[in-house]
Design a protein around this ligand. Structure first.
Ligand code: PNS
Length: 169
């Protein structure tokens, strides 16, 4: 009888406000290791000051990845609880420069403390995305700078629309 191999599933969590080409790079690299990648937008149900709603962020991720092995979702509460609920075995996080390490190390250790069986895997971002961050993309786009090449085209359109809406209100 053929043995049924368990699917390797990873959760790639983040704020994704907005989803960048750096995030897309991490998703593509994760697909080389995992059968399925759940890109999970973390939000705080009581105080979330993000530019995009969790739903908009999940939609942006689906549009930008359009791969049947990638699922875009949103969650609030503890990441490890979400990972357990979704049947994943690992958490994927992207690493850019050394500056990311301290924060990532702390989170990985806290998550290990909470659920020792869930492994955190770090994937190095491509050097092309070392300086890309959602915060800088928001700031540059908000001040009228060109963010072409830093975010997927579909995200760029949504960002332009959102900034226009914001300026009107
Ligand atoms: O993209 P970000 O903002 O760096 O992602 C941080 C994120 C969402 C991964 C982290 O804040 C998180 O896991 N939030 C969910 C709540 C939680 O589990 N907090 C304890 C983590 S140690």
């Amino acid at each position: 009888m053929r043995e049924r191999r368990t699917q390797r599933v990873a959760v790639f969590p983040g704020s994704f406000d907005p989803f960048t080409n750096g995030h897309l790079d991490i998703v593509e690299r994760s697909l080389e290791i995992f059968d399925r990648v759940i890109v999970a937008v973390a939000f705080n149900a009581t105080k979330d000051s993000a530019l995009f709603t969790p739903r908009e962020r999940a939609e942006m991720i689906s549009e930008a990845t359009h791969n049947r092995r990638v699922v875009a979702d949103a969650f609030s509460g503890l990441l490890v609880d979400y990972v357990e609920r979704s049947g994943a075995q690992a958490i994927v996080r992207g690493l850019r420069a050394v500056a990311d390490f301290e924060y990532e190390f702390q989170m990985a250790m806290m998550n290990r403390h909470l659920r020792p069986q869930i492994e955190t895997i770090f994937i190095m971002a491509s050097e092309a995305h070392f300086y890309t961050s959602s915060r800088l993309v928001r700031e540059v786009a908000g001040l009228g700078g060109d963010v072409t090449g830093l975010i997927p085209a579909s995200v760029r359109r949504r960002l332009a629309r959102k900034l226009k809406e914001r300026a009107r209100s």
